[in-house]
Design a protein around this ligand. Structure first.
Ligand SMILES: Cc1ncc(COP(=O)(O)O)c(C=O)c1O
Length: 393
């Protein structure tokens, strides 16, 4: 039986272990490891992905990697050029380049540089936010979202959470969430568009939610997929940050910019929040010179971004048409992946697809098995179509 730890023990064990301390010693550093034994197992997601990649590598022929919502059209040529140009200076720490990146992100969003915190991907910052909030109280989240299901450690310790079911049409139930906020709520996590559903909230609704609830609890809006939204600039909650609200936004370049392997993410928030968040992460030190320079170049390459959006839309339409022609429904997606209900167990489908050299992901929620397919090139979507038809026949 796993030991049952209460929240204080749970935090203490994680923090002490991370600092290499034993009980009785006074910890001087509040830090926690970003490893698989971490307090909140965000990296469970990565572990699942790695398992899929291993299975894919063992598949007879690798045709399409559609399991991690990567962007097969990235990174941009301008980003690759910037990497080559900065590589000879990579013996130097990245300070000046990361400062430039931070400044350009601040300008892009109309906030001050001290409202931007960089990370090697947004996972680092998400983990830091969970550690920071878990130390204070509970984290509210939707029953099905990017971080749901990862709130337990193998030793039985659990992250204190408040989970709220999605609505019947798989939207965030903002009314139920607002009325569930109480003195224990330290953070509300909203993933918009949501992963794995791809469903997006009407921006005005989410904005009003942030207006009403942020005086009571910090709202973290994970905007990993916001670049695929109809109007990213106004669909983002960055305006609420600009208004001085207790809203923290996480962004990643892993998606639209095709930086999943380059690792750049950032947080936008109030300076005091980011100052506190820095205690739980590297404070931007994990970002490399080459990736930071590539990010600066990629932000400027608007033609590349338009190309990615156009290709994504074409491949997504092909996928929708494929599913319709096979009598499958799907959740209309505002991201670079599509979730749809399947008639067999997820693992069964995954294995059959893997045998055909195509990787996808599966979920079980709402009494239903689901398959999530990332949007790939047209060739990859055709490979999906062929493999899926064989797998379900
Ligand atoms: C909703 C969401 N948030 C955060 C991340 C982490 O992204 P990264 O660490 O690559 O920036 C992902 C990755 O897929 C995601 O789907």
């Amino acid at each position: 039986m796993p030991s049952q730890l209460n929240r204080r023990d749970w935090l203490k064990s994680g923090l002490l272990a991370s600092a290499g301390m034993t009980l009785g010693q006074t910890p001087t550093v509040i830090a926690a490891p970003f490893n698989n034994n971490g307090i909140f197992n965000v990296y469970a997601e990565r572990e699942i992905e790695l398992a899929h990649e291993a299975m894919l590598a063992a598949a007879p022929q690798i045709r399409a990697r559609l399991s991690s919502n990567e962007n097969p059209w990235g990174p941009s040529g301008a980003a690759i050029k910037a990497i080559a140009e900065h590589a000879p200076k990579a013996f130097l720490y990245a300070g000046p380049v990361t400062m430039e990146l931070r400044k350009s992100i601040a300008e892009m969003h109309g906030v001050a540089p001290d409202q931007v915190l960089l990370g090697a991907g947004s996972s680092e910052l998400l983990m830091a936010s969970l550690l920071m909030s878990g130390a204070k109280g509970k984290v509210m989240m939707a029953e099905t979202c990017y971080i749901s299901g990862r709130d337990a450690r193998e030793d039985g310790a659990t992250m204190p959470t408040q989970k709220v079911a999605l609505t019947k049409d798989y939207q965030y139930d903002l009314e139920a969430m607002a009325s569930s906020v109480n003195a224990d709520t330290a953070m509300i996590y909203v993933c918009n568009p949501n992963n794995p559903t791809g469903v997006m909230l009407p921006s005005e609704k989410l904005r009003s939610f942030c207006d009403a609830v942020s005086p009571k609890s910090m709202v973290l809006v994970d905007e990993a997929y916001i670049d695929y939204a109809p109007n990213p600039a106004t669909d983002s909650m960055v305006e609420n940050v600009r208004k001085g609200q207790n809203v923290l936004i996480l962004r990643t370049l892993s998606k639209l910019h095709g930086f999943a392997g380059l690792r750049i993410g950032y947080a936008l928030g109030q300076p005091s929040t980011l100052k506190e968040l820095r205690k739980y992460c590297s404070g931007g030190f994990t970002v490399s010179t080459t990736s930071a320079a590539a990010a600066i170049a990629s932000f400027k390459d608007k033609a590349f971004q338009e190309m990615v959006l156009k290709n994504t839309a074409e491949s997504k339409k092909f996928l929708y048409d494929t599913l319709k022609s096979m009598d499958y429904t799907y959740l209309p997606s505002s991201a670079n992946f599509v979730l749809f209900p399947i008639k067999v167990k997820g693992q069964v489908l995954l294995q059959k697809m893997m045998a055909e050299g195509v990787s996808v992901r599966s979920w079980f929620f709402d009494q239903q098995n689901w398959c999530r397919v990332s949007i790939g090139t047209m060739d990859e979507m055709k490979a999906f179509k062929e493999a899926f038809a064989k797998s379900v026949s």
